[in-house]
Ligand binder design. Structure first.
Ligand code: SF4
Length: 339
């Protein structure tokens, strides 16, 4: 998200024109991950990183409960989106893992769960507004088995048919037979498992969130639950430092051989992550954190990378469903909604 900062600068400029003399406070992902850049360039009077949010009380001379628990459970005012065709749901905050390419630890406190009743209530409000498509934005949606099965069972018992999407990817190690069955009953459309690599060495050094065996087990559970080939997907990281395209193609072939739709996510360096550390230019200029720049690939590899993306699309087309179309943020999902 950091590379969208020109929009932030424009919005702040506009606010200062409309509300002259009113101080502007900037927070969020760009402010947290590219703090120096935001402080120097955004035009905001005050820039706060996520971990500094308590300072808002001092600045505004208020006594608000700004604890992560309260923010997570706060009811969102959805009335600002009266005509939305889809809505975003979150049942938890953060993730206990610490993958080398991901900055969630800098953005979120420890992993915490929203109360099931609150999460179900939000779904009901949105459903009552006519929304039938829901995308989960949790970083670790399935991680707490008791919590998520309780939530899924409650949603199912409401008898409110809807479609659910998982653009952030799911932890394969959390997919059990019971959870896969509930996902199928609830109509999860093309659930995406985050795999990233099939190379055992990279599995160890990049992350501890998934192994190839856990991925295989998750696929078996999804199939047992009724998902056919091409009705579930896997994210594979493309162009990460130290990976070569031949190895990525092997992962694509392996995943396709297990009946999964392949979704290639182009690597982009994220400030504050161990994998992003070597990209000094990109750390100084957030525009270079855009995945379309392919910063970790030699320019001579760009054509081959595009060829690999086309190859994955061709494989996906054999399932007879619309081909995935990874968009600007690499997290576009097919079907009725685009997140
Ligand atoms: S599991 Fe996902 S959300 Fe958690 S640290 Fe890894 S990439 Fe980030």
């Amino acid at each position: 998200m950091t590379y969208w900062y020109p929009g932030v600068i424009m919005a702040i400029k506009l606010l200062k024109e409309v509300y002259p003399g009113v101080p502007v406070i900037l927070g969020g992902i760009y402010a947290s991950l590219s703090f120096e850049h935001a402080a120097g360039r955004s035009g905001a009077d005050i820039v706060l990183r996520n971990f500094e949010i308590q300072k808002l009380n001092e600045i505004l001379e208020r006594d608000m409960d700004l604890s992560p628990e309260n923010i997570l459970n706060e009811t969102i005012d959805f009335s600002w989106y009266p005509k939305s065709r889809y809505a975003v749901l979150k049942t938890s905050l953060g993730c206990p893992f610490n993958c080398s390419y991901c900055a969630q630890r800098l953005l979120n406190p420890e992993f915490m769960l929203k109360s099931i009743d609150k999460a179900v209530e939000e779904f009901k409000i949105l459903y009552g507004m006519g929304i039938k498509n829901f995308a989960f934005y949790d970083d670790a949606l399935l991680l707490d088995k008791k919590h998520i099965t309780g939530y899924f069972e409650k949603i199912l018992s409401l008898g409110m048919p809807a479609k659910f999407y998982t653009p952030n990817g799911l932890h394969a190690k959390s997919v059990s037979g019971e959870i896969a069955g509930l996902m199928r009953k609830l109509d999860f459309i093309k659930p995406i498992l985050s795999l990233e690599t099939t190379d055992p060495e990279k599995e160890r050094t990049w992350h501890d969130k998934v192994s190839l065996n856990e991925f295989k087990n998750a696929v078996s559970f999804l199939k047992e639950a009724g998902y056919r080939h091409g009705e579930y997907s896997a994210y594979i990281l493309l162009g990460a430092p130290g990976s070569d395209l031949g190895e990525t193609k092997e992962a694509v072939d392996l995943v396709h051989g297990m009946g999964a739709n392949v979704s290639l996510s182009e690597y982009s360096p994220v400030p504050g992550t161990s994998m992003g550390e070597g990209f000094l230019d990109a750390m100084a200029e957030p525009l270079l954190q855009n995945n379309s720049v392919f910063p970790a690939l030699r320019s001579s590899d760009w054509e081959s990378a595009q060829g690999l993306k086309n190859y994955a699309r061709t494989l996906n087309s054999t399932w007879g469903f619309p081909s995935p179309d990874p968009g600007a943020n690499g997290k576009v999902i097919e079907g009725e909604i685009r997140v």
